[in-house]
Design a protein around this ligand. Structure first.
Ligand SMILES: *Cc1c(COP(=O)(O)O)cnc(C)c1O
Length: 355
């Protein structure tokens, strides 16, 4: 079976891991600092603050912007549940805005209608490695004095009009096993705001600047040097990984006719975290079963809009956003990761064209 995702490791991860083990500094230390420095370069920001996951990155970013009970944060319902859950953790309310069917990202044309006096922030998600349409989002946010928190968990190295993901608002990345680069578990927050970076560092370590003196209620959201060692090796290979993803996606774009292939609008640099197609004619479950029989692993990201998840239904959400509803029924993702061989690519195309 060709897996839908596959992390790629070599001796570089082992070498850096051994350095950490030999140093005896296992908790947050010099490797975390080095990863932060390198990651800030990737995002084109002055600061990067490492945390324990993409979820804690989003949670901490919201807290550091003083978002909490009584506030509303606008986001997309077509994303991994962590985007919206991070808003709930703070006591604020996620407000869902429909997506565009071509980019799968939040539709800026529908944003303004969702803004209320309680709105504090907009959280666009750069889904599948394609950035949200940031110019209108930033324009609306600035005009209404709203914070922008980019969920860039799937967009390491992606660009919009030459500017990297994580450099528009407060950027939140995941270093989970299936992402374009991984540290096992891990996350990163990027910003140009020195005061915000300082607050994030404070909150990630129990509100403590001086050991055992605690200035405010903080958390243990630290990353370990073991994770950072793996992350550093991966970050060094990210450009090559993304290039291979791009080549694989181009091959699919050229050869797939049976399904609606994903777009890369002018001015966007997609990093193809997922290669997601839409099946407009035919039954998706049957199609996925046929692909499985042909040895092609697939994934449905995401089968249920967040407002329809049980946990959100219990909170009283009754949304029914038409584009999201349609797209959740149609999408599935094909393997596009850098471990694919030319034979894998042929197998995948042949299997999809036979659907
Ligand atoms: C993976 C992911 C997250 C959460 O990251 P974790 O590291 O798994 O906590 C958040 N948002 C999106 C869009 C993701 O894909």
């Amino acid at each position: 079976m060709i897996p839908i995702s596959k992390p790629l490791f070599d001796d570089q991860e082992l070498t850096l891991l051994r350095e950490v083990l030999d140093s005896g500094i296992i908790a947050q230390g010099p490797k975390v600092a080095a990863l932060e420095q390198q990651f800030a370069k990737l995002a084109g920001t002055e600061f990067a603050v490492a945390v324990s996951s993409g979820t804690t990155a989003l949670h901490l970013a919201l807290l550091a912007h003083d978002i909490g009970p009584g506030d509303e944060v606008i986001t997309t319902p077509f994303t991994f549940i962590a985007s919206a859950n991070s808003i709930l953790y703070t006591g604020a309310k996620p407000v869902f805005v429909d997506i565009r069917a071509d980019t799968f990202n939040i539709d800026p044309a529908r944003l303004e209608a969702a803004i209320t006096p309680r709105t504090k922030a907009i959280m666009p998600v750069h889904l599948y490695g394609l950035m949200a349409d940031m110019d209108p989002i930033m324009e609306i946010a600035n005009r209404h004095h709203l914070v922008v928190i980019e969920d860039a968990a799937q967009a390491h190295g992606a660009k919009y009009k030459g500017r990297p993901a994580g450099s528009f608002g407060t950027g939140c990345f995941s270093l989970y096993a299936t992402k374009n680069m991984t540290s096992g578990e891990g996350g990163m927050i990027t910003t140009n705001d020195a005061a915000l970076a300082d607050r994030l560092r404070l909150l990630r370590a129990h509100g403590s600047r001086v050991r055992y003196y605690h200035d405010e209620l903080g958390y243990n959201f630290r990353l370990t040097d073991l994770h950072a060692a793996v992350g550093l090796a991966q970050l060094g290979k990210l450009a090559e990984f993304n290039q291979r993803r791009r080549q694989n996606a181009e091959f699919f774009n050229q050869h797939l006719k049976r399904v609606v292939t994903p777009v890369q609008p002018n001015g966007y640099e997609h990093v193809w975290h997922q290669y997601t197609v839409r099946l407009v004619e035919g039954n998706r479950d049957e199609a996925l079963e046929k692909l499985k029989q042909a040895g092609v692993g697939t994934g449905v990201f995401y089968p249920v809009p967040i407002y329809r998840q049980k946990v959100y239904q219990k909170l009283g959400y009754t949304d029914c956003l038409p584009v999201t509803e349609e797209v959740t029924r149609q999408v599935f993702s094909l393997p596009v990761h850098p471990a694919l061989t030319p034979a894998d690519l042929e197998t995948i195309v042949a299997a999809v064209e036979r659907l």
